[in-house]
Design a binder for this molecule. Structure first.
Ligand code: NAP
Length: 245
């Protein structure tokens, strides 16, 4: 018996198809790039057409027509339906959904407006439901699939000013685990990833060398997807090894 995992046991991702929400920059962009490098065909979305066109053009220089994108606000069900239908037409099926698009609005409860509350919950939680629902319908005909939700350590650690964001990510963790239990016997694997501070435009981009880099999160996502089908790493916490004191 070997105690070293043989590379042949890891799944090959080449030829699979993925949707990465919020794939124009930050963590989503790094995940899209990583999957393309594995030979996955990747559809990305974001709200801004210009950002989509720029991101697709840059990635296509390395990966040709394996990358495609369309503007979609994933907090709007109509946009989600159109995105998935257009991705079907482009790639002819779906194997992987990465629910990455998210927003952080950091204010005390007294200062938070109802509009800011709704924007956070509608994107970070309801948008994940809309996208997952579309994906699960497609996985049924495909015989299975994989959903990875990008949560946050804010999904387990409340902090002052984080009420809306904390609520959305705590909720996302619960949603992810329940969805995993609902669909594990349909050959659907569900994981959620909880990064700490990542060096993106999400907060104030600092370029601080202690922060997690988007590529590091993308590497974790690739590892999850390549795990043998018998095994599900359902929850991952990722933190800076040496956060600023
Ligand atoms: N950065 C961190 O420190 C950190 C830590 C833990 C977890 N996370 C989580 O990681 C995920 C990605 O964060 P990030 O730091 O990479 O953010 P980011 O740099 O701000 O990028 C967000 C991406 O989502 C898109 N997006 C925003 N609103 C959208 C909407 N309504 N519909 C569709 N796409 C939308 C953006 O494009 P448009 O603006 O063009 O729509 C962009 O592509 C989020 O879920 C966040 O909560 C981040």
């Amino acid at each position: 018996m070997s105690f070293v995992m043989e590379p042949k046991e890891l799944l090959k991702l080449a030829g699979k198809t993925a949707i990465v929400t919020g794939g124009t920059r930050g963590i989503g962009r790094a995940i899209a790039e990583r999957l393309l490098a594995e030979g996955v065909r990747v559809a990305i979305c974001g709200r801004l057409r210009e950002s989509i066109e720029r991101a697709v053009k840059e990635m296509a220089e390395r990966h040709g027509d394996a990358v495609w994108g369309s503007p979609a606000d994933v907090s709007r069900q109509e946009d989600v339906r159109s995105l998935f239908a257009a991705a079907d037409a482009r790639f002819g099926g779906l194997d992987i959904l990465i629910n990455n698009a998210g927003v952080g609005i950091f204010r005390s409860v007294a200062e938070l407006t109802p509009e800011e509350w709704r924007r956070t919950i509608d994107l970070n939680l309801t948008g994940v439901f809309y996208c997952s629902r579309e994906a699960l319908q497609r996985f049924r005909t495909r015989g299975g699939g994989y959903i990875i939700n990008i949560s946050s350590l804010a999904g387990k650690n409340p902090f002052a000013g984080g009420a809306a964001y904390n609520a959305s990510k705590f909720g996302l963790n619960g949603f992810s685990e329940a969805m995993m239990l609902d669909h594990r016997y349909d050959n659907v694997r569900v994981s959620y990833v909880m990064p700490g501070s990542v060096d993106t435009d999400f907060g104030t981009r600092s370029g601080a060398d202690w922060k997690i880099q988007p590529d590091d999160v993308a590497e974790v996502v690739a590892c999850l997807l390549r795990m043998p089908e018998r095994t599900l790493v359902s929850r991952v916490e990722i933190r800076p090894a040496k956060p600023k004191k």
